[in-house]
Write a protein that binds this ligand. Sequence first.
Ligand code: NAD
Length: 255
Amino acid sequence: MAQTQFQFRDSRVLIVGATSGIGRAAAEAFVAAGANVVLSGLPQPDTDTLVAELQSRSQGNQVWFMAADVSDELQVARLLADAVRVLGGLDICLNNAGIEGRFGPLHQLATADFDRLVTVNLRGLWLCLKYEIPHLRRGAVILNTASTAGVQAIPMVGVYSATKHGILGLTRAAALELAPQGIRVNAVAPGPVETGLLARMIDGQIPLQAIADSVPLRRIAQPAEIASALLWLASDGAGYVTGETLVIDGGLTQA
Ligand code: NAD
């Protein structure tokens, strides 16, 4: 179980896109910090094992898994109703589900691939917001996973990049809409992180070492390094931070 300097005892946390990679690391960190956590996303072969492990290592806090596809509005609506029922409310929402799309130039992307990327990454995140916000009260926190592809253009993943720019727009708008209610909304923008998504995105066309070499810190991030930033943003220590994008990229966008 990940060690954490943060305490979220009895916090009620929903993580959408928690079955692997960054979301899974965030789930491990929130459970280690004492939160009751609903993990959601598309089930993986090891999801039952993951939930059992998290539950067995928790300190009495509860862990649930609820499958939901964010491209299906009814599934998102049902997820929120079920998550709020078991958690008894909602304090922290992490909207992290995302897909990579196909690697290649804009004009060679199939229209169906464009539609799928926008449906999962942008519409899916908006659907999460739509069904989460009515349950949130003063002090609640929303976290959205964007990407450095949302703060600068990345060629050959142009539509993915556009969806991540869109997530930053949603983050800023939601932050302003919810600030009067004392609800904070922030995004993280990771650079390359060692997950299945990154491997699928580059599809063997760029060596991982070349990506690592392009980062000023000369390495690819581990999912836990993004999770620790997410926990800070969710904590009271970030209580005056809203509408912000925390870039976590080893210096990549400074180069
Ligand atoms: P991952 O493939 O390991 O995890 C993706 C998660 O999203 C999984 O839990 C999966 O079930 C879920 N998901 C995918 N499609 C879904 C759908 N239709 N409905 C519900 N859940 C769905 O990849 P990751 O790298 O951990 O990605 C997590 C987030 O981080 C994504 O939004 C991704 O764009 C973003 N990100 C990743 C990197 C990177 O280099 N890995 C960099 C920047 C941003």
